[in-house]
Design a protein around this ligand. Structure first.
Ligand SMILES: [Zn+2]
Length: 308
């Protein structure tokens, strides 16, 4: 029986005051996944925080200086939509390190799940939309600083377009970015990725899954060595920040489609959670947990290639 690891830290629960981004969701997902021993779970790995040098592989020196010295302007903090506290800065360094840790494990084991990550609205020189650092872009750059990583793909199924990731990775033809998102939702500025699928408000399970079935072969045609899946919970029908109307069953089918497509390809897979803002926290936790449970159930099928 093949096994897989998850990456998580209890320090992902951040004190950001009253906020729609409930960071305690990570603690609840971890608790659900570890409440009973799972035959395919090979432990939960504590991440190491991304270093400032690793962050500088993607983010500008000026931006990082302002973050380190807590001197972002009030406009920049308003755009970030998070308080710039020590806890937030260190928490985001740790979550960025978590995605890097998960990516390294995926390259060895074939699959790894991060109970965190997916901060796709962070640009090189500014943060926005609850995203201080772009964890996926930093993970790609940090691995490439150490080893060969020829081709990468990103399947971003958060309900909001992955604007920061699209712009950061857009200059690099070896990285294929696919985002399926609300066409008329945040962010207003949607730089073109490799494949953007913009959905109309009210899109339900049937059309969503059909569009995903059409998109997945185009992503895999890139023949990535490493694939990041941003499994946002916010396409859910009762999400406060989304216009898409997926049911929980539809979201499980979405995860299954992604996992089955990857099962058929020679690619290492990293799953990160991204957004989720359901009116009831338990719904967000249900959706994120189901994603990683599907990965655990699929582990034995995926774990067959070692890339590094
Ligand atoms: Zn989102």
């Amino acid at each position: 029986m093949a096994l897989l690891k998850l990456v998580y830290s209890s320090r992902y629960s951040l004190d950001i005051g009253p906020h729609v981004f409930l960071t305690e969701k990570y603690r609840h997902v971890h608790a659900r996944l570890t409440a009973e021993p799972h035959p395919n779970l090979d432990g939960v790995i504590e991440p190491v925080a991304a270093t400032w040098d690793q962050l500088a592989l993607v983010h500008s020196d000026e931006y990082l200086h302002k973050v380190r010295t807590r001197t972002l302007s009030s406009e920049e903090i308003a755009q970030l939509e998070l308080p710039l506290t020590d806890g937030v800065v260190e928490g985001f360094r740790l979550m960025t390190g978590g995605t890097l840790t998960a990516a390294r494990l995926a390259l060895v084991d074939g699959l790894c799940g991060h109970i965190g990550g997916g901060f796709h609205h962070a640009f090189a020189s500014h943060g926005e939309g609850f995203c201080l650092f772009n964890d996926v872009a930093v993970a790609i750059a940090a691995i490439r600083a150490e080893a060969a990583l020829p081709r990468v793909a990103i399947i971003d199924l958060d309900v909001h377009q992955g604007n920061g990731t699209a712009l950061i990775c857009g200059r690099d033809e070896s990285v294929f970015t696919c985002s399926m998102h609300d066409r008329h939702n945040y962010p207003a500025y949607k730089p073109q990725g490799s494949l953007d699928v913009g959905l109309l408000a009210g899109t339900g399970d049937g059309e969503y899954l059909q569009r995903l079935r059409e998109a997945l072969p185009r992503v895999l045609a890139h023949k990535p060595d490493l694939l990041f899946y941003l499994a946002g919970a916010d396409p859910y029908e009762d999400d406060q920040l989304g216009h898409t109307k997926l049911t929980k069953a539809g979201l499980r089918d979405r995860d299954r489609l992604v996992l089955d497509a990857v099962l058929g390809a020679e690619v290492s897979l990293v799953i990160v959670l991204a957004g989720g803002y359901a009116r009831q926290l338990t719904d967000t936790v249900d959706i994120h947990t189901a994603t990683l449970e599907a990965a655990l159930a699929s582990g034995s099928g995926i774990l067959r290639t070692s890339r590094l």
